[in-house]
Design a protein around this ligand. Sequence first.
Ligand code: CP
Ligand code: NVA
Length: 302
Amino acid sequence: MKKDFLSIAELTKEEVFQLLALADSLKTQKDIKPLSGKTVAMIFQKPSLRTRVSFEVGVIQLGGQTIFLTDESVGLGARESAADVANVLSRFNDAIIARVYDHRLLLELAQYATVPVINALSDLSHPCQILADLYTIRQHGKLRDHVKIAYVGDGNNIVNSWLELASIIPIHLTLAIPFGYEPDSSLFEKAVQANVSKVEIIRDPRNAVNKADVVYTDAWTSLDREKEKTKRIFDFWEYQVNASLVRQAKKDVIVMHCLPAHRGEEITNDVLDGKQSVVNDQAENRLHIQKAIMATLIGKMS
Ligand code: CP
Ligand code: NVA
């Protein structure tokens, strides 16, 4: 039975920690080639730097090859249904990695593909990013039960995936999010009901980051919200991660951002480039964790 990776919710706590451990092994043992002879199709409807490069480099390092398909060439869900695309790509490839505007396209791809489908970001979630973030938090010695993670900004796909992780491993997830920009309500409710983590929305960003181990932010305007940019800059101005805000957190706080950053909007230059920032580790760790995901789902180790 093929297994997809569309959301963090598909993982157990044990599987999360197995992926972190496998990422460690693959990071050091460069001669392991579980994707040898395999091809991976990548369909990206939106721009990407980190996700595309980390997946392509990861596949090459694991011994496989990628075929990158822009949305103009495929027309996923427009020129052809996701079901038809999934059927055809499954005949040639060993996996499909997709970045889509509408999460339902991922669900349809996964339903019809006979090979694993991996979510490379959708409007709903960004699971590979959040696993890489967890790996980064662990790398910096902060991963312990109920580590306080204060997310400041828009309740977007990043937050939704954090909520899914909070249902599995015990963290203290404090969300500083303005009214009207909350994350997916059912994912928030599920995280609360799971009773694994403390999950809360606090409107005042200074209260939210108080004694935090991790301060995390992301774009105020995600790729699919460009038309709302002016209004969002106005609505989010109190939610900027700047030096004064970061001072409310623990002294040894780490600052995270999945990137791309909008300097001077959600985060200031001094914080993004400062010594507490681990944003480039987050970017690098996309490679290690995605290699672990691919080795598990499509590698000869599966
Ligand atoms: N963080 C992230 O997914 O970056 P890209 O959009 O550049 O892939
Ligand atoms: N929330 C951002 C993440 C980019 C990696 C977006 O969806 O554009």
